[in-house]
Design a protein around this ligand. Structure first.
Ligand code: AMP
Ligand code: ZN
Length: 473
């Protein structure tokens, strides 16, 4: 079902319309996504963004593109500095902790890793070089305290992404904080001169003692790994202004070239109609949900099953429905593995239909809800065929491999299947080991224990019998 490009259409925020996706180099996609600010555990609103980006990447790969993906880690900004100081922990130790937590959560949600995860603190020279280019071209200026600002009046295209109108700019009005509203559009800080509140967080550079502004971080890191112009830039809609607007301004002013060709923005995950956000206190982290016993694959399904440009409310009922959907999918895949009836000849057409419907919907700006509807129609038909014993072993195999290829895009069953297989293999080995122990064949028992350990399974002999668990990574 891999069709040649270009069939994928994406809604480009730059032009506010769906456009056929054409990467700069045929068949190759260079993509940058704004990663987490590692000052706390990411909440599931953040993971809506990361799961969407994962779905986009998996779909592009499904369509035959090679994707090179860069996701930054914001490990120095107003929030990380404040957090590390309030915990009395060095910035690096503080942000490393949350970066590791992010990687663990992302893996549990079956998010494919990016090719590079650049950290802002490791790219200060690149940021300094970019700021120097802006100074040299007259787009930036130094203020009295030694901070450096971007002069938005010098960049006529300022506002082209978020479509804000910059009226009546007071000459020299500036904003130094990283986050601010559209109404406060002003010259923004590229480099922040050290102040006592920054404590020991500063870099000695040719601009003096200071630290970068948040926006310049993403410009410097994306251009370092992807070039001055690249294909896709993604992030949540809350980052469109000022973060992405400022990224465009800084990068294009410095290079004189277009920055990202396609900008994609996911809408918010809400709680009772309000954006899920740390500052509103209405959030769940992935870990909160795990502690409540929620299945990571159900969480993943829930986050990806609404079209990315639509808001939706997080509810536990929604999560239950997501869990049932994942179960239906894994059940039918399991049933297909055992099916061995007589052929009705119907499956070939059903496979063609679902392949086309799913593909057309996903090509249409990742219209995942329509794609999922066609998938579950297929699941229903297949279940009917299995119930009536009207599917041969070969047909079942074909249906199974179709479902497997679609799940490679969704990423919700594969993990569960892997766990099932692991459990089955482990149980067989444990049973063998029990038999060996019964006949006091300690050598074999020991060897089997080692074999299980190599699979990441720890066996414990307790008074209540044998217990086993998967070793913590
Ligand atoms: P941050 O760690 O705050 O830099 O955010 C990481 C990503 O999550 C960014 O792309 C944000 O735009 C996105 N994001 C933050 N809150 C939400 C939300 N409630 N729903 C969807 N995306 C969000
Ligand atoms: Zn960014």
């Amino acid at each position: 079902m891999n069709r040649p490009t270009p069939t994928v259409r994406l809604f480009n925020t730059l032009n506010r319309k769906k456009e056929v996706f054409m990467p700069m180099a045929s068949g190759k996609v260079r993509m940058y996504t704004c990663g987490p600010t590692v000052y706390d555990y990411a909440h599931i609103g953040n993971f809506r963004a990361f799961v969407f980006e994962d779905l986009l990447k998996r779909w592009l790969k499904h369509r035959g593109f090679k994707v090179f993906h860069v996701m930054n880690l914001t490990d120095v900004d107003d929030k990380t500095i404040k957090g590390s100081q309030s915990q009395n922990t060095p910035l690096k130790q503080y942000t490393d902790f949350y970066a590791n937590a992010f990687f663990e959560d992302a893996a549990a949600l079956n998010i494919e890793p990016a090719n590079v995860y650049p950290r802002a603190t490791e790219h200060i020279p690149e940021m300094v070089a970019l700021i120097k280019r802006l100074l040299a071209k007259g787009f930036a200026y130094e203020s009295d305290d030694g901070s450096i600002y971007f002069a938005i009046s010098k960049f006529p295209d300022y506002g082209k992404l978020s479509k804000i109108q910059v009226h009546d700019l007071k000459a020299g009005a500036r904003v130094k904080v990283d986050e601010y509203a559209k109404e406060e559009a002003q010259d923004f800080a590229l480099w922040k001169a050290w102040t006592p509140e920054d404590g020991d967080i500063y870099w000695e550079t040719e601009f003096g003692k200071g630290r970068p502004g948040w926006h310049i971080e993403c410009s410097a890191m994306s251009m370092k790994y992807l070039g001055e112009t690249f294909d896709i830039h993604v992030g949540g809609v809350d980052n469109m202004f000022p973060h992405h607007e400022n990224e465009v301004a800084q990068s294009e002013a410095a290079t004189g070239k277009p920055f990202a060709c396609y900008w994609l923005h996911n809408e918010h995950l809400l709680v009772e109609g309000k954006k899920m956000a740390k500052r509103f206190g209405n959030f769940y982290t992935f870990r909160d949900l795990q502690k409540k016993g929620c299945d990571p694959m159900a969480i993943r399904y829930l986050l990806l099953s609404t079209h990315y440009r639509q808001q939706f409310n997080f509810t536990f009922e929604g999560l239950e429905a997501a869990k049932s959907a994942v179960e239906r999918l894994s059940n039918v895949m399991r049933r297909l593995q055992d099916a061995d009836g007589k052929s009705s000849g119907e499956i070939a057409q059903l496979i063609i239909n679902v392949g086309e419907c799913f593909g057309d919907a996903m090509d249409d700006d990742l219209n995942v809800s329509v794609a999922l509807a066609s998938l579950f129609d297929f699941v229903r038909e297949v279940n009917n065929l299995i119930d009536a014993n009207n599917i041969s072993k070969l047909e079942a195999k074909q249906a199974h491999s179709l479902l497997k290829s679609l799940d490679k895009v969704l990423g919700v069953v594969g993990e569960a299947e892997k766990k099932d297989t692991l459990q089955k293999e482990a149980q067989d080995l444990i049973a063998k080991r029990e038999e060996a122990r019964k006949v006091k064949d300690w050598k074999t028992a020991d060897m089997l224990r080692q074999q299980l350990k190599a699979m990441g399974i720890i066996v414990e002999d307790t008074q209540q019998g044998v217990r086993w668990k998967v070793e913590e990574a």
